[in-house]
Design a protein around this ligand. Structure first.
Ligand code: PAF
Length: 284
């Protein structure tokens, strides 16, 4: 395996300094590990644009709520290194929690507005944890480009917002959602699903497609589109809706009808697993 594994911030900084002195373009793909094709597509995108591709693998405790899946989140660093290597990563940065959050750590990044809806409501404190850890990664790796998936659309918007507000000198790149052949969006959390739940979860892409087709056929009214999605998901007995929302994109402001581009985003619990997905709806 050619990829280098780095576990300390000092060693990471040293490598970045060397790369910067040679004017190397640096890409960062932040992940929590359990890498799948969605992550690998981001690593491949980074490889096309950058000399040095840092894949961070860090299950960030500050973005999990007290009753969430921090403890059971899948962890396999060896497998992640091998996958990151095969996709063209140069370095895996996998610090321990105590390296990122030493005793006495007390500074957090808070984005207001766009975090006060959707996952921000269902998962209080989640985006504060994400914004804080991604800020730290930006400061450690100093990437020219950083890569995030469209599947976590609200997260990508939050990161774009704080990067811009706080003048981070990094360009945020968002890669398309990668789906299994049957349409289910790839997620590390799909591993939690039983066979029966995996089948039931297909109601998510099916409901998004219904709305997409309706928009293609001229439907613009948000209330009707939301109802369509809710009704479809409700037919599946193993699925429980957390939210179905349609907002203007990228402002995430409330709208009554789609005039230009809107984000249809859903969070659905299938069994005990909470899954999110979204699509962009275009009026023209
Ligand atoms: O999307 C994720 O995997 C995480 O939220 C991120 C961006 C790596 C921050 O921990």
């Amino acid at each position: 395996m050619a990829i280098r594994l780095i576990k300390t911030i000092d060693e990471m900084r040293e490598l970045i300094e060397q790369a910067k002195s040679k004017e190397r373009v640096i890409g960062l793909v932040p992940t929590m590990g359990a890498l799948h094709e969605g992550h690998l597509s981001l690593i491949k995108m980074a490889k096309e644009m950058c000399h040095l591709v840092v894949v961070s693998v860090f299950v960030n405790p500050t973005q999990f709520g007290p009753n969430e899946d921090l403890d059971k989140y899948p962890r396999d660093l060896h497998e992640d290194c091998s996958k990151a290597d095969s996709a063209g990563g140069t370095v895996v940065f996998a610090p321990e929690a105590s390296e990122m959050y030493p005793d006495g750590f007390s500074t957090f990044v808070n984005v207001s507005g766009i975090t006060e809806k959707m996952c921000g409501v269902s998962r209080p404190g989640h985006f504060q944890g994400v914004a804080t850890v991604v800020s730290k990664l930006f400061n450690i790796v100093k990437p020219n480009y950083a890569y995030f998936g469209q599947k976590d659309a609200q997260q990508a918007l939050v990161i774009e917002k704080f990067a811009n507000d706080l003048n981070f000198d990094v360009k945020i790149c968002v890669g398309y959602t990668v789906r299994d052949e049957d349409g289910l969006a790839l997620s590390s959390r799909n591993q939690y699903l039983s066979d029966e739940e995996r089948k039931a979860a297909l109601v998510i892409p099916r409901s998004l497609n219904l709305a997409e087709d309706a928009v293609k056929n001229g439907e613009r009214e948000i209330k009707k589109l939301k109802e369509m999605v809710v009704n479809e998901i409700t037919k599946e007995k193993l699925a429980e809706i957390d939210y179905v929302e349609i907002y203007d994109c990228p402002s995430l402001e409330e709208i009554d009808e789609i005039k230009d581009i809107a984000l249809l985003a859903v969070a659905v619990k299938v069994g005990t697993t909470r899954l999110i997905d979204n699509i962009v709806l275009e009026a023209n």
